[in-house]
Design a binder for this molecule. Structure first.
Ligand code: SF4
Ligand code: SF4
Length: 546
């Protein structure tokens, strides 16, 4: 005997047609055919098959025979059926269940649409924007430079990059603990492009029944090819935009008008990105949120009972019952039910599940797969409007809010995250304010710490690491504050560096032996000056004989 999976069990003893209806209502389509006929109309869906069997089962004990399942599923017993549903996109026989969500064009969907269009425009325009001649964002991996808001950072800017990374990390934690998965539902590129670019393309080609959902027509080969072609054009465009964040728009424009043979590596990166996007948006889709995205996995530790979530109110909705509510059906039937009506507000229409882009039923509680897109909020509010009940059965709230407790923004974790973000951002700008037009660092040469020359002068050897952080070519000169000391480097000619260039310059510092005769060392200041007038003094410890 095979147990009917838990999700299909009724909370009541299975005794009547009503119970069978309850089970069928838990089905992802809930067509109800099996109530009347005992046959499931969708025999590819094992869940339906189990419902159909449950509908026909004579003893209605919640178990069905392996033979009965096998007869309807074609499973000869070689496949072990799972006890529970593992993923909303996985049928019980292990096959992919394609999600084809309807759309509910409610107020939240409208807001999300405008946010999505604004984000797409921002993503496309941002690499073209300049501040003081530099891009707002450029991640130049080849030269290991990162430009952000017109400031260029180098791998040597470890403290700055550490502050920026940690501030981003704590900001994500703060936003998540306050507003839940608002990023997933409103700002994530996967959601934005899937729901507002690629699914609309699908609807354009395949047509839809009602507001989205199942397609109206099967595509012919030519139309399927045309659809893939449109995907290809979109993905190529997005791949070019993506590439411009790494190479800059000027170089990208040059590459576009020159043959790929002149820049094969860049062409391969663009082609690879296009193919990866094609694979993702044509095939992988919502699987990214369900099984691959690390951010989704961390939700359980980042959310607390006061975080904003999209939630179904079981206190108001249960016990759910199909059909329009009559005023009397909501009235209590006995003293026990004075507190809770006999019938909840959920009319069990399944609309919240039909619109869900990850295929889950929000009525099962807070789930890892929920990206908080609020489509089920719009859908349920529309249903509530039709049946004359108040909206908000599914709504933005918190777990505490569902229990009638007050929400509060000021909690230990939000205070700690806010403090961490404030400190890190402050530290970032503090360090930035000490950044000069150039970086200069002294490194001691390996080998003997000093040599004493025949003319009784002591020689210390160093390497000077110079980085031009300015936007123009610069010439650098070196000198020492102490007139008795002398610095020598590559013929004494000014060191010329282009913007962003880095150079290691060997330098020698000479000084009389008397300088170190007492302590064996002496302090000096190396002065580095560029042709634009910027100057830095670098303290050096010079070594010599006592
Ligand atoms: S849309 Fe609302 S009424 Fe319909 S099944 Fe979902 S929660 Fe119940
Ligand atoms: S359950 Fe609702 S909010 Fe969550 S992903 Fe599905 S439709 Fe979006």
């Amino acid at each position: 005997m095979t147990s009917i999976p838990n999700s299909l069990h009724s909370p009541f003893p299975i005794l009547s047609d009503d119970v069978r209806k309850t089970r069928i209502a838990a089905c992802s389509v809930g067509c109800g055919d099996c109530v009347g006929t005992g046959n499931c109309t969708s025999k590819h869906d094992t869940q339906h098959v189990l419902h159909a069997i449950a509908g026909k089962s004579a003893d209605l004990t919640g178990t069905v025979s392996e033979e009965a399942v096998g007869a309807l599923t074609g499973n000869d017993g070689s496949i072990l059926m799972p006890e529970e549903q593992v993923l909303p996109t996985l049928n019980r026989d292990g096959k992919r269940k394609w999600i084809n969500p309807s759309i509910e064009q409610g107020p939240k969907w409208n807001y999300r649409r405008w946010v999505a269009y604004a984000l797409i425009a921002f993503f496309v325009v941002l690499p073209h924007l300049r501040i003081n001649g530099k891009p707002y964002v450029l991640i130049d991996i080849a030269t290991r430079q990162f430009t952000f808001l017109g400031h260029t950072f180098y791998p040597t800017d470890t403290p700055l990059l550490a502050c920026l990374t940690l501030a981003t990390f704590f900001s994500v934690m703060l936003v998540t603990s306050l507003a839940g998965r608002v990023w997933c539902g409103w700002g994530c590129p996967q959601t934005v492009y899937m729901e507002f670019l690629f699914r609309p393309i699908d609807r354009l080609f395949q047509g839809t029944v009602g507001k989205g959902g199942k397609s109206k027509r099967e595509l012919s080969g030519a139309m399927q090819f045309a659809r893939v072609l449109v995907y290809l054009v979109c993905c190529m465009f997005l791949a070019h935009v993506f590439l411009s964040y790494f190479v800059g728009t000027d170089r990208l424009a040059h590459w576009i008008v020159t043959p790929p043979t002149e820049h094969p590596a860049a062409f391969l990166i663009m082609a690879g990105t296009t193919l990866a996007m094609m694979f993702h948006f044509l095939y992988f889709r919502e699987q990214l949120c369900l099984i691959a995205c690390p951010y989704g996995r961390f939700q359980s530790v980042m959310l607390d009972r006061k975080s904003l979530i999209v939630a179904y109110d079981p206190g108001r909705g249960e016990p759910r019952k199909k059909g329009k509510r009559q005023p009397q059906s909501r009235e209590p039937l006995s003293l026990d039910l004075l507190i809770k009506p006999a019938v909840g507000d959920c009319v069990d229409c399944g609309r919240c599940t039909a619109v869900c882009p990850t295929g889950i039923d929000i009525r099962n509680g807070l789930q890892l797969e929920c990206i908080h897109c609020a489509q089920c909020v719009d859908a349920c509010n529309a249903v509530m409007g039709k049946v004359g009940l108040p909206t908000g059965l599914i709504r933005y709230t918190s777990q505490d809010g569902l229990e009638g407790k007050k929400a509060s923004l000021f909690r230990a974790r939000t205070m700690i995250y806010s403090a961490a973000v404030t400190i890190l951002v402050g530290l970032f700008f503090f360090i930035l304010s000490f950044k000069f037009a150039f970086d200069a660092r002294i490194l001691r040469q390996q080998g003997s710490p000093f040599t004493v020359r025949q003319d009784r002068m002591v020689q210390n050897n160093f390497r000077l690491r110079l980085v031009n952080r300015s936007q123009g070519e610069q010439q650098y000169n070196l000198s020492l504050a102490d007139n008795e000391m002398q610095v020598n480097w590559s013929g004494g000619e000014p060191i010329v560096l282009k913007p962003g260039d880095t150079r290691l310059v060997p330098i020698d510092i000479l000084f009389p032996t008397q300088k170190t005769s007492v302590q064996g060392s002496v302090k000096a200041n190396l002065v580095v000056a560029d042709s634009a007038g910027a100057k830095r003094e670098i303290p050096i410890q010079l070594l010599g004989p006592r």
